[in-house]
Design a protein around this ligand. Structure first.
Ligand code: GLN
Length: 272
């Protein structure tokens, strides 16, 4: 309950930021340290920390409720933050969360600025060429948000329409492939895309179903179509070839799945 409230508060803060056109909380610089470090240190951290001296640097884009948003204290909170914390605890590492644009995440991983991406990131064959994905920990659906009185009722009705997406996401990739560049408008976040929909600048938004629910809840006059654009697997990603960390994280995820921790974390935020 409390977490739901926190997520909604974070949402409204993000919306306020977006309306004010400041986007300030979107991108604390990548060298952020103290405040953005959410640490739960365990003492016996020695052996498993050779990668980065005991800190697991997670990159994310905290405009994606309930997987990641920014709370009142500028901390990143949500399903991915909790899962990453549980993984870090298992590995005896501190967790540092670094908030950046979604399409900066894979480049940051490749450039060793972060160790892991947890960002509701969908496993795709193209991304698999650039990063190594862990086992999947959740499922996502690409949903379509439209105004309540829209004539758009299915994926087919999107042809010839203007569709808003978050830059670099699978929603962006599918819509660009299916509808063509001219029919896609890219935004820095789903929040901003949804605002453009409310303002009548676009006809629909294609975005993952859980953030879609939060955006529709936060704005009146919108609905989610009862149709799925695509069903996807979310996974964490590490730098291509970082097999040691990949194996450690997969081991931790396996234990956290087996003992019910992952289900519990998800159930804290998503109430079916
Ligand atoms: N699941 C989508 C993707 O991977 C969107 C993720 C996000 O915006 N954080 O592209």
């Amino acid at each position: 309950m409390k977490k739901k409230l926190a997520a909604l508060l974070a949402m409204s803060m993000l919306l306020t930021g977006a309306l004010a056109g400041c986007g300030g909380s979107d991108e604390p610089a990548q060298d952020d340290t103290a405040e953005n470090t959410q640490s739960a240190t365990q003492d016996e951290s020695a052996e498993s920390t050779e990668t980065t001296g005991g800190t697991l640097r997670m990159g994310t884009n905290a405009t994606f409720p309930p997987y990641e948003t920014v709370d009142d204290n500028n901390n990143v909170v949500g399903i991915d933050a909790d899962i990453a914390q549980a993984v870090a605890d298992k590995l005896g590492m501190d967790l540092q969360i670094i908030n950046m644009e979604f399409d900066s995440l894979i480049p940051a991983l490749s450039a060793d600025q972060i160790d892991i991406v947890l960002a509701g990131m969908t496993v795709t064959p193209e991304r698999e060429e650039q990063v190594d994905f862990t086992e999947s920990y959740a499922t996502g659906i690409q949903s379509i948000i439209v105004p309540e009185d829209s004539t758009i009722a299915s994926v087919d009705d999107l042809a010839d329409k203007k569709v808003g997406v978050q830059t670099g996401t699978t929603g962006d990739i599918y819509c660009t492939d299916d509808l063509g560049e001219d029919h896609v408008q890219r935004f820095e976040s789903g929040v901003v895309a949804t605002q453009a929909l409310v303002n009548g600048q676009i006809d629909a938004v294609v975005i993952d179903n859980e953030p879609a629910k939060a955006y529709v809840e936060a704005n009146s006059g919108l609905k989610i179509l009862d149709t799925e654009y695509a069903v996807e697997d979310y996974a964490a990603a590490v730098k291509k070839g970082n097999t040691e960390l990949l194996d450690q994280i997969n081991g931790a995820l396996e234990e956290l799945k087996a003992d019910g921790t992952i289900d519990e974390i998800i159930a804290n935020y998503i109430h079916e």
